[in-house]
Ligand binder design. Structure first.
Ligand code: HEM
Length: 364
């Protein structure tokens, strides 16, 4: 298939094909940084874990995986809960109307990541705008992208410098500095590797909060369960994530040799786009795939990827939704969209898409 301006590319649509593209070692991430496929990487350079393969990828990934482990999340849970409570209290003191992204999703995503990194990431709006430009496949001007990468680099360098000066408590960056040394070159290396973590760790939760809440408001079963059965909140969140992944697609991979995928031969070097959205609703794997249902067996859907690049922030992403969604429906009775569902604007042309703005109302 030829699609300008990408040249030759293939898309993987079924659950099994997407899983193969994510996990088969013949598919390479770094091979997509040449030719037309480069466009599919949006503004994400080949920095950090997500653009690499093999041992080099593993080494960086190992360092980043220490950021949001189960142990860290237990230790930091109260801080996340306090943050959620503060943001919702501000909404409660308002006039019954609010915009979800500005009031909750953006500050919650940015400040939770700051807690994990051990640094104050500054103005959530400014930072997320920069993040947004790096995940835009279409529409971001070269100058805007350059500015965004500079902003993010400065934030990461400042975080590393603060960590070296002992200002940042016990987050990921101070721990990396302790392990690797805190000279100038190491700080630059850490900032370089942490940058994609900042992008993924802000944009995905930001979008997931909006997409999951909209999904929740659409499903009476999801709403009632979240309100009344705290022990089933994790299952609700999992099903919402299956139905509403943060991006329909994920980063392309290119096979290093000719590969047969779902009966089609993909020539070496051809970028293949794993389509998470369709795969998560593959009727071969899911009965009534478009329906929210808690009766399904546990599914291991693909919203956090699969294989060697599987999301290193999965547990944090789930926890953020598990903390926020029940609080929102319990503390804001009558929570609803304040526009028709069809009027919501979905960002397109981004690796991570999602709705922006999301106007909501609550009360009578
Ligand atoms: C609901 C929230 C989240 C969703 C849906 C999500 C989704 C994903 C997906 C689909 C991938 C795989 C991309 C690919 O292989 O092409 C990924 C990778 C990644 N995610 Fe997440 N993510 C979330 C939260 C987070 C958080 C909170 C962090 C950081 C704290 C994070 C950091 C990363 C990193 C660094 C990678 C690259 C891993 C690698 O290449 O080895 N993500 N994420």
């Amino acid at each position: 298939m030829t699609v300008e301006p990408f040249g030759e590319l293939a898309v993987a649509l079924s659950d099994s094909a997407v899983r193969a593209v994510f996990a088969d070692p013949r598919f390479s991430r770094s091979a997509t940084f040449t030719g037309g496929g480069t466009t599919l990487n949006a503004g994400m350079g080949q920095w950090g874990a997500s653009g690499m393969d093999g041992p080099e990828h593993l080494a960086i990934r190992r360092g980043l995986s220490a950021g949001a482990t189960a142990e860290v999340l237990v230790a930091k849970r109260q801080e996340f809960e306090d943050l959620a409570d503060r943001l919702i209290a501000t909404v409660c003191s308002g006039d019954g109307h609010f915009e979800l992204n500005a009031a909750i999703a953006e500050p919650f995503a940015v400040q939770c990541l700051g807690i994990i990194l051990g640094t104050d990431l500054g103005d959530p709006r400014r930072l997320r705008r920069a993040v947004d430009a790096t995940v835009a496949i279409e529409g971001a001007e070269a100058e805007e992208l350059e500015h965004a990468v500079r902003t993010l680099t400065m934030v990461c360098l400042r975080a590393a410098a603060g960590g070296a000066a002992g200002q940042n408590g016990d987050g990921l960056i101070p721990r990396m500095l302790q392990q690797l040394g805190d000279d100038r070159a190491t700080r630059r290396l850490i900032a370089h590797n942490v940058l994609p973590y900042v992008v993924g760790g802000i944009e995905n939760p930001f979008v997931a909060i909006g997409a999951s809440l909209i999904g929740l408001l659409e499903s009476a079963e999801a709403r009632t369960t979240v309100r009344a059965e705290p022990e089933r909140v994790a299952a609700v969140v999992d099903e919402l994530l299956r139905l509403h992944p943060t991006g329909l697609m994920s980063f392309a991979r290119a096979p290093m040799e000719d590969v047969e995928l779902a009966g089609v031969t993909i020539a070496a070097g051809t970028p293949v786009v794993p389509m998470i959205g369709p795969a998560n609703r593959d009727p071969v794997r899911y009965e009534n795939p478009d329906t929210f249902s808690l009766a399904r067996p546990p599914s291991r859907h693909l919203s956090f990827g699969w294989g060697p690049h599987f999301c290193v922030g999965e547990q944090l992403g789930r926890l953020q939704l598990e903390l926020l969604l029940p609080r929102l429906v319990r503390r804001l009775p009558g929570l609803r969209l304040s526009v028709q569902r069809s009027e919501l604007v979905k960002r397109t042309g981004h690796i991570v898409d999602g709705y922006d703005p999301i106007p909501l109302a609550w009360g009578r």
